[in-house]
Design a protein around this ligand. Structure first.
Ligand SMILES: Cc1cc2nc3c(=O)[nH]c(=O)nc-3n(C[C@H](O)[C@H](O)[C@H](O)COP(=O)(O)OP(=O)(O)OC[C@H]3O[C@@H](n4cnc5c(N)ncnc54)[C@H](O)[C@@H]3O)c2cc1C
Length: 498
């Protein structure tokens, strides 16, 4: 078959990882990125990357870029200690939810941390001919000949065989492809900043905070998190091969700190999002007056040029849709609370899975729409698990596993989801989460609903009937070949709970 023309909207972690994978295999791929260059905007702070992410990056990157990624990453201690506001250790918490599902290269730890800016620079290396900076994708037209015309903000258009939206939570492509998909405010606010880690600042920070990601919070669920990034190999010859800006950045160590609070306890949004960085830092200091002085002192160390306020938002899971040659990945389809620390990892997983499917298409094993449908079916299963969940009743900074509560109406595209459209539906404590209608090979099964294990076993149920307290479901385990092996299952639903 002729070479597939693939357009990716957005050069974030998802878009660029997929671009590397496809480019390495000789596909015709172009990325349109709205920013004017790789360093025109600070793309953020620090990312925790687990084996889900490292598996995807390892498969996508040339070996030298992979080594550069490792050299510039931090390898923190295991664990995620939890403190109260007096810096007294609380009982350890289950950190399973932060673990990945990949099979990374054997000698690297499960948890790495990376500077988002350095990762961005690395992901753009070697793809200079692939990325068009300063161009926004604003929409598309599907053509009768199965191609797609991509609409750009400069009035130009470009023809493609596949359009992939990797343009983040406000995705323009998703707005057209799935206009019913919604993004909601999770009711929590963050004030985020970096602390440069130098000999001087390290001496002023409690030693236990310097080794791994830590959380402190009080009985009001106001929290302060601290995530250090110490580069594992700043003297790597691979870093010395890069330009001066890259080298300077790759020598900088810093800690990400987040002050978090539910929004009703935070200053009003109108003030929060217009306050100067200095004012935000003063506000945080004032909120922490009764806290352990060593924790308050860390806020004194904030680099004010990096302080900003953020809203925690999430996509609401939507039911299965018919696949086409326009698809979405990463935050464009399943943005989730940043407090879970797995949004980028899930975006990288999408890049991996979609990359596999598109390579199978070019190898002649599948038609384009079939490949996209297979990706979307897998993605809906794992991707929506973290979306639109309220953690611990909406507390910010709580990294407990994705909650059992699904917010928002669960509407089946076949018109047969659980629960009235206007009311959120809750599922039982047993570790099961209601998501979308079941689809097999990209086709929605009428009258079905999918019940997935929160632990990711990928199991599902077709649920044709419902009483007030339980669902009788035909239990199906779906293999990659979509074989159904029905048995009976009863899923309790605590009806009436919000
Ligand atoms: C404070 C914070 C901390 C986080 N920590 C973690 C963590 O530790 N681990 C983790 O896994 N996740 C974390 N996340 C979540 C993570 O940042 C996202 O899930 C991840 O960045 C999603 O990647 P993406 O490529 O899908 O989208 P994005 O990173 O949003 O990238 C989208 C790209 O598309 C570009 N773009 C946007 N619109 C257009 C357009 N119309 N046309 C062309 N280009 C466009 C943007 O400029 C951007 O480059 C955190 C999030 C926040 C806010």
């Amino acid at each position: 078959m002729s070479v597939l023309r693939i357009v990716i909207a957005g050069g974030g972690p998802a878009g660029m990882t997929l671009a590397h994978r496809l480019h390495r295999h000789g596909l015709d791929v172009t990325v349109y990125e709205r920013d004017c260059g790789v360093a025109t905007r600070d793309p953020g702070y620090r990312l925790h990357i687990n084996s889900t992410g490292t598996t995807a990056l390892h498969a996508a990157l040339e070996p030298a870029l992979w080594e550069l990624f490792l050299a510039t990453s931090g390898m923190p201690d295991e664990g995620m200690p939890l403190y109260d506001e007096h810096l007294t250790l609380r009982p350890a918490r289950d950190t399973k939810a932060t673990e990945g599902v990949g099979a990374p290269v054997s000698d690297i730890p499960e948890h790495l941390v990376v500077s988002r800016s350095t990762l961005r620079r690395i992901l753009h290396l070697g793809l200079e001919q692939v990325v068009r900076f300063g161009v926004k994708v604003v929409g598309y037209r599907s053509n009768p000949d199965s191609t797609v015309t991509v609409l750009l903000d400069d009035g130009q258009t470009v023809e493609a065989d596949v359009l992939i939206a990797a343009d983040g939570i406000n995705s323009a492509v998703r707005a057209q492809r799935l206009p019913h998909a919604r993004v909601i405010d999770l009711g929590a606010r963050h004030i985020v900043a970096k602390i440069p880690l130098t000999d001087q600042t390290r001496a002023m920070i409690p030693a236990q905070l310097l080794t791994t990601f830590s959380l402190a919070y009080d009985s009001d669920h106001t929290g302060l998190t601290f995530g250090p990034l110490e580069r594992s190999n700043p003297d790597s010859p691979l870093i010395k091969e890069q330009d001066d800006e890259f080298q300077a950045e790759a020598r900088e160590n810093f800690a990400l700190t987040i002050f978090n609070s539910v929004n009703e306890k935070m200053m009003p949004d109108a003030e929060l999002f217009t306050a100067s960085p200095q004012r935000l830092r003063d506000y945080v200091m004032a909120r922490l007056t009764s806290w352990h002085p060593a924790l308050v002192d860390t806020v004194q160390l904030w680099d004010v040029t990096t302080v900003q306020a953020l809203t925690l938002r999430s996509c609401v899971p939507v039911g299965a849709w018919e696949p086409s040659n326009v698809t979405m990945m990463g935050d464009a389809i399943h943005a989730m609370s940043s407090a879970l620390g797995i949004g980028a990892n899930t975006a990288l997983r999408d890049a991996h899975v979609l990359g596999e499917e598109l390579l199978a298409v070019t190898d002649g094993y599948r038609a384009v729409v079939e490949g996209v449908g297979a990706y979307e079916e897998r993605m809906r299963d794992y991707g929506f698990r973290g979306s639109a969940t309220v953690r611990g009743g909406g507390r910010a900074g709580d990294r407990s596993p994705p909650a059992t509560r699904v917010v928002g109406p669960l509407r089946s595209t076949a018109g047969s989801g659980f629960g009235p459209d206007s009311r959120p539906t809750a599922l039982s404590r047993g570790g099961w989460m209601l998501s979308s209608p079941l689809s097999v090979n990209g086709k929605v099964v009428p009258g079905s609903v999918r019940v997935g294990s929160r632990r990711g076993q990928g199991s599902m149920a077709v649920a044709p009937c419902r009483s007030s307290s339980h669902v009788s479901a035909r239990w199906c385990r779906i293999s990659s070949a979509a074989r159904l092996a029905p048995t009976r299952l009863r899923v309790s639903i605590p009806d009436g709970r919000p």
